[in-house]
Design a protein around this ligand. Structure first.
Ligand SMILES: [Zn+2]
Length: 74
């Protein structure tokens, strides 16, 4: 049996376009490349979202895998 240690993978970060919720009480956001509408609504509260950017780990494997695209990563 192999032990399930998390693999220490260094993921470089980059400035990534994101949408952030305009609702002050909500800190939901999503990556721009996961948004399929020009102006997506917040998945949490339904408010409009505003463009912004965040330092996020680069995505390499599944940026084009739309099956998992709608999952919001917080
Ligand atoms: Zn929200």
């Amino acid at each position: 049996m192999y032990s399930r240690k998390p693999q220490p993978v260094e993921i470089p970060e980059e400035m990534t376009d994101v949408w952030t919720c305009s609702n002050d009480g909500c800190n939901c956001w999503m990556r721009d490349n996961f948004a399929f509408q020009d102006e997506p609504a917040c998945a949490q509260c339904g408010a409009t979202m505003e463009r912004g950017s965040k330092m996020l780990p680069q995505l390499s494997n599944y940026t084009s895998d739309h099956k998992y695209g709608k999952k919001s990563i917080t």
